[in-house]
Design a protein around this ligand. Structure first.
Ligand code: ADP
Length: 426
């Protein structure tokens, strides 16, 4: 293994893996730290944690456990991946995890940049922009868990770390890789341990790549990944994204209520393809789990005769008004948990019916289904839409899957994904 990555959430891990594949690496993503040794021959592994908003001490412990596993598999360089909006608080977790990894790797200097120009995240003079506006004007200032009220990343990171934070600004970036390496030496001589890096284009990220060649630890969003595979002489190639042949039935399981997913469900139905909806508003509040079991059985009985003819969609996706009414009736968190449990049970049933090609919509929904399907690793394949690739779970009967969170994907995502799979993996 060349590159060992630690990601602080599941869908962010896939986003990073997708960028590495597109730049020429064969990549495996794991959910949590694997118990066993790596079984596949790949260039990079992304260990997906759920450590973004847990207490810093736990995030550090989990990240160090992931580091140990990656080192045991021979990782030559470590990449700590966080959100492109730098989601964190003065308590962490970006700063504390970075420092713990630096200590463990005996790494005197590293960089930090969430820049991902393809997704509208750019860093200029140390300030992070989300689209056309500063981070703290982007809506992220109101985030329920990690409100980002300052766009100056040098200040934001300095509040989370003992090490001195510096800046590699756009004037250095414009001079090229050698100038960046010089600047790194100078910053180190000045006692800087971590430097925020400006980047406003993919070109900046590719220029940065060679300057990171011998750095034991890189910390970044998923963008920096596009410049790293070239350090191992790997170039973009279709073979990096090659997956085994697809087989089995096709199903779409959707628990996302995001606007994009609502449009995707409507588009799929407009094609005349079969769908079945959970309607929690009609549930009585008495013994919901029993009602869920009954409805799961109904959904599976509906799906069984259809599976041989083409894909089926089983969904809980609904509009904002209905969602609010359900949440008012059942409680916000409880409603979410019950729906996730229902869709997870549906997945297990569909697996038993022979489904091996999965489109799963919703970040939390994906987590619940992947866990229920006992998927612990997946190989990353071709991109369907930005940030969303096809994947293949090699050690399980579950086969090919794509995990689409929230607002990702074009309206025709469901049918497009299945078409791409039949074109590239048959
Ligand atoms: P996204 O990626 O769009 O945020 P998630 O799966 O992460 O999607 O989150 C959607 C949440 O909404 C999940 O907890 C899911 O169980 C819940 N949910 C989905 N449909 C309904 C519904 N009809 N009523 C109540 N909650 C629902």
């Amino acid at each position: 293994m060349k590159l060992g990555c630690i990601a602080d959430d599941f869908t962010g891990a896939t986003d990073l893996a997708n960028n590495l594949v597109r730049a020429g690496m064969r990549v495996m993503q794991t959910f949590g730290v694997p118990q066993a040794a790596l079984s596949s021959d790949v260039d990079a592994v992304v260990v997906a944690l759920k450590s973004r908003t847990i207490p810093a001490k736990e995030a550090v412990a989990q990240s160090l456990e992931a580091l140990q596993w990656l080192q045991a598999q021979g990782a030559e360089q470590i990449y700590f991946k966080y959100c492109s909006t730098f989601d964190s608080t003065p308590a962490g977790n970006i700063g504390p995890v970075t420092e713990a990894l630096m200590d463990a790797l005996d790494c005197p200097f590293t960089i930090a940049t969430p820049a991902f120009p393809d997704n509208g995240r750019t860093v200029f003079k140390g300030y992070l922009f989300a689209g056309a506006v500063l981070l703290n004007e982007s809506g992220m200032q109101n985030h329920p868990l990690t409100p980002m009220t300052d766009a100056n990343l040098v200040r934001v990171l300095q509040a989370q770390t003992q090490r001195k934070v510096g800046l590699i600004d756009h004037t250095v970036m414009a001079k090229g890789s050698a100038a960046i390496s010089e600047k790194i030496k100078q910053l180190q001589a000045d006692g800087v341990g971590v430097a925020i890096v400006d980047a406003t284009s993919n070109e900046d990220l590719k220029t940065l790549g060679p300057a990171l060649k011998n750095m034991p630890l890189v910390t970044a969003g998923s963008g920096v990944a596009i410049g790293l595979p070239a350090n191992w002489n790997l170039q973009a190639s279709a073979s990096a994204a090659a997956l085994p042949k697809a087989s089995g039935y096709q199903a779409i399981v959707s628990g996302s209520c995001s606007i994009a997913t609502q449009g995707q469900v409507a588009h799929y139905q407009s094609l005349g393809l079969p769908s079945w909806q959970f309607k929690p508003l009609s549930w009585s509040t008495h013994d919901v789990p029993a009602q869920i079991r009954t409805q799961v059985a109904q959904a599976l009985a509906w799906a069984q005769p259809l599976l041989g003819k083409g894909p089926v969609l089983i969904y809980a996706t609904t509009d904002a008004d209905t969602l609010q009414q359900v949440q008012a009736k059942l409680g916000r968190e409880q409603a979410g948990e019950w729906m996730e449990s229902a869709l997870a049970q549906v997945s297990v049933g569909l697996l038993q019916l022979g489904v091996k090609q999965w489109v799963i919509a919703g970040g939390e929904t994906s987590g619940a289904c992947v866990q229920a399907l006992a998927i612990s690793q997946m190989q990353i394949g071709p991109q369907i839409d930005p940030g969303v690739p096809w994947c293949y779970a090699p050690q399980h009967a579950a086969g090919h899957l794509t995990l689409k969170s929230g607002n990702f994907g074009t309206p025709d995502f469901f049918s497009k994904a299945l078409k791409l799979l039949s074109e590239t993996c048959t």
